[in-house]
Design a protein around this ligand. Structure first.
Ligand code: IFM
Length: 771
């Protein structure tokens, strides 16, 4: 099969710095937001001596175990959720004469791998040698369909090089819990729970499974078909082994140079509560089968490639003058698109669907670091991601009530099903800023899309209930001679401090959350239905407004810096420049309390405020904050550097901005943190996109205006991207000394570049700014 390939969209094995198996498993994953498949050695993925962590991850499909606490106090999260690792659908068994890849050690070498990001097709060539020295080439092509999210395709081609003999190809998955042999002591890597059960569902011999979990009581159906599109001589046929397990096999006589292809299409079902699993299995199986019967690997691949083309048409970011970083940017966007849940019931796990690191949980990473990319380029996906929060709002309210609050919603810091899953509550559950982060994202989505239905029917309720949380959690106290609203005993974004009073970031976000609630109550004042349904009273809204206005924001007047939290200035500084490189990330080498008692940051914290609320900051303030926090920040979190790049760009530290950005954008493709083997850093990939847009393009957006103050790195000739804005689509081309904007669709709006505003309309759809 030939699809026109553009070299700028290829991730070719030869260009990668590392060829380590586990790293390749991550980099060459394929996914589509519903599921993800790690790349693996297809013959040995399930062998006991294979060092790897292959597998299939379905978004939202998880199980849990009870957290074992030494002493469990009231309200501690009960369960640790972990995304399930299902069998590796790439796995295949090949017999050559009397040698069998399942039992004999076939030597499998990676000769070539290429991920074509334009089409989503992963193409691989392995050279396989049996213990008896028979050698064959194995070509594997695979993709996760973007046009039918349930479909995964894999195609094998077997080409003997030095023998003629009988070959038997067998495709059977008679287990569901994938074996892994990855040794890693990193606390951020989760252990598989491996509690799934596999039942074969009778389906005229076609291998169809019902996979169920013991505790979370979920069910998923997986079925697969050998595609009809290969030369049927002899055909692949069903078989049933002695254990009544179904699979496919084909036996034929092969000669050197002869190639035989085997194509399989999997249908990977949606997740259902187990109560219904038996009821739905028959019906659902036949609807799943509709996806894969009467079609071929090639036509499904073509349909999916079409969707990828559309994705790039609207979402690509082109950098002229920096080919190395250009490829990283594209890889990042490709991975983001492969990771995002699109069913309004799931979100984006911190590791995408490429591993079970961080349990496969959803964090603030989605709303603060990844959502803007989708909001600006694929607003319908952004809406689905926010709808996940709407659909778990009732659970968040339940959690607030269980916690002992009278009202409001308390979203989990980390979760799959909406319930809190942070066993280490100090650095987890206490990150209450997640509530305001979600409200912030709702507002940002609305500002950019003007989606009135969303804000009225869903977004407002999220904003209101999270605002209610702050009113319940906070209190008034006398500080600096004034009555101020305080939020004590919270953990801010920086995970090298915990349970502090008045974290600057949290307080600013909470203040914004409260003000948003007030704004929308006033907006919906005439619409009595909404306000009475949500039991909003004037007194409540007045109280919110007062609390927002009285919010305490700790500030060091001597140094003129925003204080990360109250009394932060009293902690001793940790001299991170004196610490040996081998001790980073510090979290793996220090007791948390050693970190908590020092001025040392894992990641951008107060600097996040400067990024997210650019208005109202003087340049001097930004500089002071940057100069104060940068030297005490280790950037041990992959979410940090892109944000520092943005502030560095804003304050004119061009070289630092570029250095931070380039490290952020290379996070996974160049394995900057040496742990890409455990999965991608999805939040960091989104943050790198933010680095380009908010840092180098210098965008600032609110509901009524969109402006740019570009600061392109000196080596970049030009930067091009498209964004959706208030129902329009625009194309931006930014040069070192000018900006061109084209209105591609919609009625048009004002655009401001360096304070010069121009109005674009369908009749006047191009404008240029020189500066
Ligand atoms: O959400 C992040 C957090 O900010 C830093 N530690 C890892 C989490 C998941 O990516």
């Amino acid at each position: 099969m030939r699809i026109e390939q553009s070299p700028e969209f290829q991730i070719h094995l030869q260009t990668l710095r590392s060829k380590e198996e586990l790293f390749l498993e991550t980099i060459y994953n394929v996914g589509n937001g519903h599921f993800g498949v790690r790349d693996s050695n297809p013959l040995q993925g399930n062998n006991h001596d294979y060092i790897g962590s292959p597998g299939l991850f379905i978004n939202g499909f998880f199980d849990y175990e009870e957290v074992a606490y030494g002493e469990k106090y009231r309200g501690y999260p009960d369960n640790n959720q972990v995304i399930n690792r299902l069998f590796d659908p790439r796995f295949i068994r090949i017999k050559v004469g009397n040698e069998d890849s399942l039992t004999d050690h076939f030597k499998v070498e990676n000769i070539d791998k290429n991920l074509d990001m334009q089409t989503g097709l992963l193409h691989e060539l392995f050279s396989v040698t049996t213990p008896g020295n028979r050698n064959f080439n194995l070509v594997v092509e695979s993709f996760a369909s973007l046009s039918k999210l349930n479909v995964y395709g894999v195609r094998y081609s077997v080409i003997p090089t030095n023998f003629s003999d009988e070959i038997e190809v067998i495709k059977v998955h008679d287990y569901v819990n994938q074996t892994v042999h990855q040794q890693d002591e990193d606390v951020r890597v989760s252990t598989d729970l491996g509690q799934m059960q596999l039942d074969f569902i009778p389906d005229n011999g076609q291998p169809s499974y019902l996979v169920t979990t013991f505790r979370s009581q979920q069910g998923a159906i997986i079925t697969y078909q050998a595609s009809e599109n290969f030369a049927p001589n002899p055909p692949i046929e069903y078989f049933r082994d002695d254990n009544h397990h179904y699979g496919y096999r084909s036996k034929y006589y092969a000669k050197p140079g002869s190639a035989k292809d085997f194509e399989f299409l999997f249908a990977i079902g949606d997740i259902h509560p187990l109560v219904n699993a038996n009821m739905y299995s028959d019906q659902y199986l036949s609807s799943l089968n509709n996806y894969i019967n009467d079609t071929t690997f090639k036509s499904e691949l073509m349909a999916s490639a079409q969707v990828w083309q559309t994705f790039w048409l609207h979402s690509d970011v082109e950098i002229d003058g920096d080919p190395a970083l250009q490829l990283c940017v594209r890889f990042n966007l490709f991975e983001l698109n492969q990771s995002a849940g699109r069913d309004a019931l799931t979100s984006i796990p911190a590791k995408g669907l490429t591993g079970n690191g961080y349990g496969g949980h959803f964090f603030w990473d989605t709303e603060i670091f990844m959502l803007p990319f989708f909001t600006y380029t694929q607003p319908e996906v952004a809406k689905d991601l926010l709808m996940f929060r709407y659909h778990t709002l009732q659970i968040a309210k339940e959690q607030a009530s269980d916690f002992g609050l009278g009202k409001g919603a308390m979203y989990p810091w980390r979760t799959i099903n909406g319930y809190e899953s942070s066993a280490y509550w100090l650095a987890g559950q206490a990150q209450f800023h997640i509530n305001a982060d979600i409200a912030f994202a709702v507002e940002q989505y609305y500002e950019i899309t003007s989606d009135d239905d969303f804000i009225r029917d869903y977004g407002f309720e999220i904003i209101l209930e999270t605002a209610r949380f702050w009113m319940e959690y906070g209190n008034y106290a006398e500080l600096d001679g004034k009555r101020q609203f305080v939020l004590n005993r919270v953990t801010g974004p920086d995970e090298y401090s915990a349970l502090v009073d008045n974290n600057y970031y949290t307080n600013v976000l909470a203040q914004s959350n409260l003000r948003l609630a007030v704004k929308y109550v006033r907006k919906f004042k005439g619409d009595d239905g909404i306000l009475s349904r949500l039991h909003v009273t004037d007194d409540e809204i007045d109280a919110m407004e007062k609390a927002a206005n009285a919010m305490y924001l700790p500030y060091d007047k001597e140094k003129n810096v925003k204080l990360q939290f109250q009394n932060f200035e009293q902690l001793p500084k940790m001299d991170i420049s004196a610490i040996d490189q081998s001790m980073f990330p510090l979290l793996l080498h220090y007791h948390p309390l050693m970190l908590y008692r020092h001025q040392v940051n894992k990641q951008a914290d107060t600097i996040m405020v400067d990024f997210m609320f650019p208005e109202g900051n003087t340049l001097d303030q930004l500089k002071a904050d940057y100069e104060f926090y940068e030297p005490i920040t280790t950037h041990d979190s992959s979410l940090s550097k892109a944000i520092y790049a943005i502030i560095a760009a804003r304050i004119g530290k061009d070289q630092q901005a570029y250095n931070f950005f380039s490290q952020a954008v290379q996070t996974d493709l160049m394995d900057v943190h040496h742990n890409t083997k455990n999965g991608i850093h999805a939040g960091s990939l989104g943050a790198a996109w933010e680095g380009i847009m908010y840092g180098f393009a210098g965008i600032v957006n609110n509901a009524t205006s969109f402006s740019l103050e570009p600061h392109l790195p000196s080596t970049w000739n030009c930067l091009k991207f498209k964004v959706h804005l208030y129902g329009n689509e625009f194309k931006f081309t930014i040069y070192q000394d000018s900006v061109e904007v084209e209105l591609l669709s919609g009625e048009g709006t004002d655009i401001t570049v360096y304070s010069h505003r121009k109005h674009l309309t369908p009749d006047n759809n191009r404008e240029t700014w020189q500066y």
